[in-house]
Design a protein around this ligand. Structure first.
Ligand code: MN
Length: 191
């Protein structure tokens, strides 16, 4: 099946100043589009030709995994953003966060620490196990905890292409600011 570039649920300039239109145009319009094109070019003639994206990520390796993983990761990433965050989650997600990290503020700090200490390119995920227990995972390159049976509900892209135009080398500042554009309504739907 042909994989498509995910449609953004907001205008390209709607996340400014946290994430500039130029970053969206490069990150979504160039980097993600390239992963989608690569995946579509790699799968014909393989057992993944008609597989859905999650199945490919769980079962592939090498170039197919790298591109499929990045398509899945970015689909989750771009659709979890909104021009104005609610500020914090509510309901059972907030409860699960408080159970694991004590407070929402401490959870944010742990996410930011994971992001700043991840060496090189990769992702920080907040993921749920089968019992709904949450954990923060650090993944290099195209990694996603879905390959270990966890459900990713919130992702932080710490590849330099994600923040370099707006924050240069200040990854920590990018992670502090991005909370302002997290759609907790969308994240709660995934939990
Ligand atoms: Mn990216």
């Amino acid at each position: 099946m042909k994989h498509e570039l995910v449609v953004l649920p907001y205008a390209k300039n709607a996340l400014e100043p946290v994430m500039s239109q130029a970053t969206i145009e490069l990150h979504h319009g160039k980097h993600l589009a390239t992963y989608v094109n690569n995946l579509n070019n790699l799968i014909p003639g393989t057992k993944f030709e008609n597989a859905d994206l999650e199945t490919i990520v769980k079962e592939s390796d090498g170039g197919i995994f790298n591109n499929a993983g990045q398509v899945l990761n970015h689909n989750l990433f771009f659709t979890q953003l909104a021009p104005k965050s609610e500020g914090r989650p509510s309901g059972k997600l907030l409860k699960a966060i408080e159970e694991t990290w004590g407070s929402f503020e401490n959870f944010q700090k742990e996410v930011e620490t994971a992001g700043t200490t991840l060496f090189g390119s990769g992702w920080v995920w907040v993921a749920a196990d089968a019992n709904g227990k949450l954990q923060i995972t650090k993944e290099s390159n195209a990694g996603n905890p879905i390959t270990r049976g966890l459900k990713p509900i919130l992702g932080f892209d710490v590849w330099e292409h994600s923040y370099y135009l707006d924050y240069q080398n200040r990854r920590a500042d990018h992670l502090k600011e991005i909370w302002k554009i997290i759609s907790w309504a969308e994240v709660e739907k995934r939990y």
